[in-house]
Ligand binder design. Structure first.
Ligand code: GLV
Ligand code: GLV
Length: 324
């Protein structure tokens, strides 16, 4: 008998095919998230769960799943939606999808920075409003990347790739990292408060944890340079959104480009009214290639635990495997 797995959202065709071949797969064929009741009922009795970053995988869900649950494959590199400690105690392996979305997410951070600095979205809005315009030496001028300082906050795989792209565009790079200085020729390590005083573009790439919640708040925004811009493709709650809206209105920083939100999918209304703000709906990893590869990594994790009897290489809590 094939092991039963629950998949909480529609997935790319190739991923669906693999799931149906290997498992007794209940795939919820919708882009909209299930209600909590539907999610809890769906996981009941499942051996594996393919979860999305908007599904809270907590004690309640693990209880609802029951003792057969062995693996949660989270369709994301970030796994702040999963209570990993609780999963580990219960011997449930949790896997994520690193590496395959690194380039896509780094590209999106750079796209957001350029959109903001070169006023791409603002110019587009002007045209779509049908406003008159003519080329002029001083019309809608912005800034280029060359010669400017990129401050990378969180220097894991994605942060490093953003640093690499920044360097390719003639930027100098400073980074800050929980684990301190690392061996790299991409840029120099600075403590966060120092980095914020020198960076022209501050780009966030840290995971959401208790320590990084509101990492960028009122004081940090005041520390940033008036001409600096903030880019967030990591997790919304890294930034105090209300403080950000106030700082933008007060001219304490020059702009913000956001892909993630504190109360996703809601966006702080004050931000919607500002021209020097660029907003995308959590599209960091949204290339066909990355999303398919993420799905295949999830399938590999489910297959590893449920069919091949091994700990998947992308397990974030290998302890759960030895415990089970
Ligand atoms: C997306 O936000 C991810 O963590 O993969
Ligand atoms: C601008 O379009 C130029 O030709 O300089």
């Amino acid at each position: 008998m094939k092991p039963r797995v629950y998949v909480s959202r529609r997935v790319p065709g190739r991923v669906r095919g693999e799931l149906e071949r290997a498992f007794d797969a209940a795939i919820r064929d919708s882009e909209a998230p299930p209600s909590r009741e539907e999610l809890l009922a769906g996981v009941s009795g499942a051996k594996g769960l393919m979860a999305m970053l908007t599904d809270a995988v907590d004690r309640e869900l693990l209880d609802a799943a029951g003792p057969d649950l062995r693996v949660v494959a989270n369709y994301a590199v970030g796994y702040d939606n999963v209570d990993v400690g609780e999963a580990t105690r219960r011997g449930v392996v949790v896997a994520n999808t690193p590496d395959v979305l690194t380039e896509a997410t780094a590209e999106h951070a750079l796209a957001l920075a350029l959109t903001l600095l070169r006023r791409v979205a603002e110019g587009e809005r002007l045209l779509r409003r049908g406003e008159p315009w003519t080329w002029a030496p001083t019309f809608m001028v912005g800034h280029g990347l060359r010669g400017r300082m990129l401050g990378v906050v969180g220097f894991g795989r994605i942060g490093r790739d953003v640093a690499r792209l920044g360097r390719l565009h003639g930027m100098s790079v400073a980074y800050t990292n929980r684990s301190g200085r690392v061996e790299t020729d991409l840029g120099e390590w600075l403590p966060l408060n120092h980095l914020l005083t020198v960076a022209d573009v501050v780009s966030l790439h840290a995971p959401l944890t208790d320590e990084t919640y509101h990492l960028i708040g009122r004081d940090e925004l005041r520390t940033m340079r008036d001409e600096a811009v903030l880019v967030n493709t990591a997790r919304g709650p890294l930034v105090d959104e209300a403080a950000l809206a106030r700082a933008l209105r007060a001219g304490e920083i020059a702009g913000a480009a956001l892909d993630v939100y504190e109360r996703e999918p809601a966006v702080e209304p004050a931000l919607l009214a500002l021209e020097n703000v660029v907003l995308t709906p959590h599209l960091g990893s949204a290339t066909r290639e990355a999303r398919e590869a993420m799905g295949m990594l999830c399938v590999e994790a489910l297959r590893g635990v449920l069919i091949e009897g091994r700990c998947p290489r992308n397990a974030v809590n290998p302890d759960a495997w030895t415990r089970a």
